[in-house]
Write a protein that binds this ligand. Structure first.
Ligand code: SAM
Length: 225
């Protein structure tokens, strides 16, 4: 059913996660389901939390940050309607897990993380696992990554006060952006499509993310929640 690599100790748990947490809750994109059946989430989780890697919740990864709940990752990537030839940008690498799922789905992935130690750790894990179509950059992703633009798809994994203008500018015409917008108290996941230079926005769901800290995001210390 799924196009799986070599079996590992967590394979059965991973397939259960895909069936019970994703497919049963309405994720329909077979490419996303397949990618999440392949990507070894346990490799991106700190050793002491490995046993929880396929459970239905976010997990602490250090530096006050989290690896997102599997369903949220699936819902964001499904909304982007990704194609194998796409060039994608991820803002907020975190553990590198969503980066790996993206790398299963598109041709080229850029991912940017503001905390150097997380960017370094994610780079090391992704390299060890052989994800060769990924470039992880340390920097402020609220400003996008102009040197690699334009992007067919952008996923932001931290909550912004509004859609950052540079991200819209770096989106190719026909491109899609998924981003949680709001505060520490209430956030809405938005899907923005750029068509003929204009943006159309669809509101997807209520979510809860850590803040996007940066020039086009929140200031450090400004976040309450
Ligand atoms: N998708 C990630 C994963 O699979 O592990 C989880 C991302 S975590 C919820 C959000 C990440 O966004 C954190 O690692 C945080 O440091 C990062 N972040 C916050 N503001 C940022 C910014 N301006 N630029 C880049 N990364 C940022």
């Amino acid at each position: 059913m799924y196009d799986l690599p070599q079996p590992d100790a967590y394979r059965d748990e991973r397939l259960l996660m895909v069936e019970q947490q994703l497919r049963a809750r309405g994720i329909r994109d077979e490419r996303v389901l397949d990618a999440m059946a392949r990507a070894p989430r346990h490799e991106f989780v700190p050793q002491e939390h490995r046993g929880e890697a396929y459970e239905d919740h976010p997990i602490a990864i250090g530096e006050g940050q989290t690896i997102s709940q599997p369903f949220v990752v699936a819902a964001m990537l499904e909304a982007l309607a990704l194609r194998p030839e796409d060039v994608a940008l991820e803002v907020g690498t975190g553990s590198g897990y969503e980066t790996a799922v993206l790398a299963e789905l598109v041709g080229t992935v850029y991912s940017i993380e503001r905390i150097a130690s997380l960017a370094e750790r994610a780079t090391a894990v992704l390299e060890r696992l052989g994800y060769s179509n990924v470039t992880v950059v340390h920097g402020d992703g609220s400003q996008g990554l102009a040197e690699a633009a334009p992007f067919d798809a952008i996923v932001v994994s931290a909550a912004a006060p509004q859609v950052p203008r540079p991200l819209m500018d770096q989106l190719r015409d026909g491109g899609r952006l998924v981003i949680p917008v709001g505060s520490g108290f209430a956030q809405n996941l938005q899907l923005v499509r750029k068509i003929g230079g204009a943006a159309t926005t669809m509101y997807l769901d209520g979510v809860r993310f850590v803040p996007l800290i940066g020039r086009e995001g929140f200031r450090e210390g400004e976040w309450i929640g």
